[in-house]
Design a protein around this ligand. Structure first.
Ligand code: ADP
Length: 334
């Protein structure tokens, strides 16, 4: 995976954890979610109860994991981290739930990808702080209820709409994370540059922010690429000229579109003459999973006004043709 918008891995994860803000006060942007969250936490503390379960929804890299860690820190509670795909059987979940400490925060990333039987176990755990462990096999099997410690579940999902209603309804608070504005991204970049000991001037911060697709993870990643470039090809200082050269080398264009975005647009324009085309067909033609195209590339392309969703499929807007420098055929959809 080599596009700037893809998920983080290895080295990058380590770097991300050093750049994570630790307290709510250091978390940049998402003011509404932060204020709501702060209220949920404070009121629970005043009543001396564990806070309601919390669901974070929003695209990759917008700060859901960071906020989960902050929630635990603000509560002074231990944190356990797992994810939907890691829970293959309900037994995996039972093992986690039954060993939670009182007040622990359980972060369940990609909660929409959890196995169905585990999901049902989670309903009961969330509501009654109980798990029903099945003992034995076949007709003789019985469910033994086990009480578990009160805990706060923090679920994260890229698409809240994918959650079954019974699960969604069991969250007392749903925070919707939005793309970040330029000013917030610049703030994040300046803070990260400080932590990386990199000299970043204001114009360079603005240049990088403008290409970060409204996403802190991408901003930090681009910052690192620009810093590498400045160290190897320049004098180490991150200027706007360095930023532009570095980002063009890494195929991130002025609007922040990366290789995957451009591949999607290119296929839509060239192969499907601007659409309409179904998402899975489009994904196959760029060699990606439909979910990757839908979660990683499409929201930004739609928000930038390059792709429109219609009942008949995705279509390219006039801006898409213009941005890619391709002349639309006379019968193009738009
Ligand atoms: P998600 O869980 O939504 O995919 P993360 O919480 O892992 O996103 O955030 C990705 C990176 O972006 C982390 O390195 C984090 O430090 C940074 N980040 C995200 N949101 C913010 C923010 N509001 N302020 C500062 N840094 C942030």
């Amino acid at each position: 995976r080599d596009t700037v918008s893809s998920e983080a891995d290895g080295d990058e994860r380590a770097l991300e954890s050093t750049l994570r803000p630790r307290r709510l006060a250091d978390f940049v942007g998402q003011d509404r979610v932060c204020e709501q969250l702060s209220l949920v936490l404070r009121s629970a503390q005043q009543r001396n109860r564990v806070p309601d379960h919390i669901l974070m929804s929003g695209g990759p890299g917008l700060g859901k994991t960071t906020l989960a860690m902050i929630i635990a820190a603000e509560l002074g509670a231990p944190l356990r981290i797992t994810s939907g795909p890691a829970i293959e059987r309900s037994g995996d979940l039972a093992a986690i739930l039954s060993t939670l400490q009182e007040g622990e925060v359980l972060f369940l990333d990609e909660i929409h990808r959890m196995a169905r039987p585990a999901e049902e176990m989670l309903y009961v755990a969330m509501e009654d702080f109980r798990v029903d462990v099945v003992v034995g096999k076949g007709p003789g099997a019985t469910a033994v209820p086990i009480d578990i410690s009160p805990f706060t579940l923090v679920g994260a999902t890229t698409r809240a709409g994918l959650l079954p209603a019974p699960l969604r309804d069991r969250f007392g608070f749903v925070g919707h994370m939005d793309f970040y504005g330029a000013a917030d991204l610049e703030l994040i970049l300046r803070r990260s540059a400080g932590m990386l000991d990199a000299e970043l001037d204001d114009a360079a911060a603005a240049e990088i922010a403008g290409r970060s697709r409204g996403t802190p993870r991408i901003a930090n990643r681009l910052l690192r690429r620009v810093r590498d470039y400045a160290e190897v090809r320049g004098d180490g200082r991150l200027t706007v000229a360095t930023a532009r050269s570095a980002l063009s080398l890494y195929e991130v264009d002025e609007q922040g579109l990366d290789r995957l975005d451009r591949a999607v647009l290119h296929a839509l324009l060239r192969r499907f003459r601007g659409g309409p085309v179904g998402l899975s067909t489009l994904a196959v033609s760029v060699g990606e999973e439909p979910e990757t195209v839908e979660v990683v590339a499409e929201p930004f392309l739609v928000r930038s006004g390059y792709i429109a969703r219609t009942p008949r499929g995705r279509i390219a807007t006039p801006d898409a043709w213009a941005h890619m420098g391709i002349t639309p055929p006379k019968d193009a959809a738009f």
